[in-house]
Ligand binder design. Sequence first.
Ligand code: PEP
Length: 251
Amino acid sequence: MRKYIVAGNWKMNTTVPEGVELAKAVVEKAKSLPANVELVVAPPFTHLAPVAEALKGSKVALSAQNCADHEKGAYTGEVAVNMLTSIGCQYTILGHSERRQYYGETDEKLVVKTQLALAAGLKVILCVGENLEEREANKHFEVVTEQTKAVLYNFTALDMKNIVIAYEPVWAIGTGKTATAAQAQEIHACIRNVIEAKFGAQVAQDMTILYGGSCKPSNAKELFAEKDIDGGLIGGAALKADDFIGIATSF
Ligand code: PEP
């Protein structure tokens, strides 16, 4: 059965007290949400433990925005998967375009991080998406297919139960430019086909594929009405509880 998810990527925003307030507001407003929609918040590392406290007893899941590509040891500044699970983290985002672009996140590193995350019991939200140049060169299907295969074809059908894909066209992230519902749908369908080719129809049908890129309450309904769009990975609009919940009520 396919799960509908709305996940908020807070990126490098909010202080710890502000983040705890935001989490509490999300918990409060999430009480009226239908049971078939899962909410996830992904605050910065410093916020995870206090936000975990604020989320206790609620339906809102906690995610990191990244994890280390080693289990433990001399890797200054990194955060290991067992550190995340030890404070109640259930998910980690991996392969966000900002990490690919600014921090040299490669597909090879993403395979290792995904292996470590799954082995530790974390679910993974794997981001894929083309940049503007690739879109303009009409290479978006090819780029997204390759990114998806490069990471996920190293895993099993069973692993897919703990992986969510987020299609995030880089040109739509934080720009106010949203992909049209039709543009998003055709890529989501393509990703589902890539999953089906390796893991079979059932795994593909069960796969949650999120859209990300300037998604907001005013455009979420149209996007989520598409048959292969199962929710959103939300940046800017996740920083306001009303907007975030507004998106989550758009199914
Ligand atoms: C994101 O960074 O994952 C994102 C979708 O950002 P925004 O919603 O701000 O475009």
